[in-house]
Design a protein around this ligand. Sequence first.
Ligand code: SIN
Length: 282
Amino acid sequence: MRLKKLSRDFALEASGVDLAQPLSDGAFREIEEAFFAGQVLVLRGQKLTAREFLEFARRFGPPEPHVVDQFHHPEYADILILSNVVRDGQPAGLADAGTYFHTDYSYLDMPARATLLYSIQVPKVGGDTLFADQYAAYDGLPDSLKKKIENLVALHHYGNRDDLDKSSRTVASVLSQEQEQKMTWVRHRVARKHPVTRRTALYAVSGSSFGIEGMPEDEAVDLLDELKHHATQEKYQLRLKYGVGDVVIWDNASLLHSATLIDPNDPRTLWRITIKETRRQA
Ligand code: SIN
């Protein structure tokens, strides 16, 4: 496997790997190390069946099916279909999967470790994913702010703090009443140690964080907004472009990511698998 940097600070592209072939434990360990080191790991031009994609994803940990169950893959519920294609008046998948900075499953007590996308249909224009490095964002905070947030715990719920309008494309994917009932409030540290690398990163300061324990709501939202503006600055971002067959794996504990809005008539389809964390974060 050869690795190429996709930006100065993070994101790696691996070549010389065919994920349709059996992968030894040693070869997988190399991929896993590159994933934790790069935070985003891209393997271009793969040719995978749904089963092969799922088998590869399972090497990273236990997949957790998305609460939006109407767009699960018909054979494999662990695969969520992201697609803006409409067939016979029916959406083929989830059209806008988080067009705002967020990190996956931060609304769950045990959030996501990794998310994998497999790109099937690439639009003529756009369809990129943005990533923001939350290790660098934490490192770039003034010492006074690092001290202020040191022991703060944020309160998270499914949704996008910045947009609760269900008719908007930048709201979190709208849930049915039954799906909503499965959602509860959970707590995560604002600055968390990564469960594997032990580096501190800002965690989900955009997206599902709606408050801070023990802090009046307006003060908490002001602080979260200040952190979000800091954490999503362009200097921490990478824009990833897809080709057909690309597999992308990202580290949800050290990144924020955002889908980008595209023309709903320009077809884009990807399969997504999200792997749950199994270790408690400090
Ligand atoms: C996601 O947030 O899971 C999807 C990202 C994308 O569609 O670009």
